[in-house]
Design a protein around this ligand. Structure first.
Ligand code: CA
Length: 323
């Protein structure tokens, strides 16, 4: 069974260095990312993929603060990232595919970069990390990006990013700094933020405006599946402006991946809610690189047909992969 993983990260050292200079006072993470694994795009990565049983990684650059830096720099750095990513994919077309990085601070330029990335470089969509200058993608400012993704028929993978400083202070501060920081980000907060991001896109009518748009959510839907019935029912009286029942947007225009959360309860809940056609696979390499990457899916209590869809079939269809 071929496994295609969709939330697999890399980092270019020169991009990280440039962004750090542009954002000297940014949120300093207390968590040390696995830099060597992030920056390796050759033998070491391929070896790790073989060890995990992952056949194809759809690569995306680490957040690296691109949504927070000045627009002109974001445009230049995104081009560098996407050009390099295309070279990596060309070197191993049977093992890698790529999601473009977009300069979201300049939405028109981001739309053009997405078109260049897909049409010229052969990338398969984009990954967007959280808010851009305090705004979510339902803001009309970002219409050019959504329009381009829908027109090019490529998905947007909505990835978490640290919450705003105001939210972090109001909701997650007051503990040992390491506790507050992880609570605000990968322990809880940025997942809640990403779920809210997707809910805002529903409420803002984004999916009615772009019925061809597909978004991908990691971490089994960023908390949404557990509350989907409640949200749909409770919001039904105030969402008359939407063309479809709220729950339909999740089964028609969203995909869900594990991001290395290899436990059965959230998987089974998501599967029951959206069905096997809407689930893709992801490991979140190199933040997760464990041996469950393959065994979790192989031993999951689902039919062989559903396993094939989740492991590679849905991804091949969505990303139009021929590998
Ligand atoms: Ca990730």
């Amino acid at each position: 069974m071929k496994i295609i993983a969709l939330e697999e990260h890399f980092q270019l050292a020169e991009i990280k260095e440039t962004v750090n200079k542009l954002l000297p006072n940014s949120h300093q993470s207390l968590y040390n990312p696995p830099t060597e694994q992030l920056e390796d795009l050759g033998a070491r990565r391929l070896h790790a993929m073989d060890a995990m049983g992952v056949d194809v990684q759809v690569l995306s650059h680490q957040a690296a603060g691109i949504p927070q830096i000045p627009a002109a720099e974001a445009v230049a750095l995104s081009r560098t990232i996407n050009d390099r990513l295309a070279e990596v994919v060309r070197a191993h077309p049977d093992r890698f595919a790529g999601f473009a990085t977009l300069p979201t601070p300049d939405p028109e330029a981001a739309a053009r970069e997405l078109e260049r990335s897909v049409r010229t470089l052969g990338l398969k969509g984009t990954m967007i990390h959280g808010q851009t200058n305090g705004r979510f993608l339902d803001d009309p400012l970002f219409s050019p990006i959504l329009e381009a993704a829908a027109a090019l028929d490529v998905p947007i993978y909505l990835h978490p990013a640290p919450p705003s400083r105001a939210v972090a202070n109001a909701y997650y501060a007051g503990f040992d700094p390491a506790v507050s920081e992880s609570f605000a980000t990968f322990g809880w907060g940025w997942h809640l933020d990403t779920g809210i991001h997707a809910l805002r896109m529903v409420l803002g009518g984004v999916f009615d405006r772009y019925p061809g748009l597909q978004i991908v959510l990691g971490h089994w839907g960023e908390m949404i599946p557990f509350y989907l019935a409640r949200f749909s029912q409770a919001m039904s009286h105030t969402t008359k402006h939407l063309q479809r029942p709220v729950a339909d947007y999740f089964t028609q225009q969203m995909y869900f991946t594990p991001s290395g959360m290899f436990t059965l309860p959230p998987f089974q809940l998501t599967l029951q809610l959206v069905g096997a056609d809407r689930i893709l696979y992801s490991v979140d390499y190199p933040f997760r690189a464990d041996d469950q990457a393959r065994t979790f899916l192989e031993s999951a209590p689902i039919s062989p047909t559903d396993k094939e869809k989740i492991a590679h079939g849905n991804a091949e269809q969505l990303l139009k992969l021929s590998v």
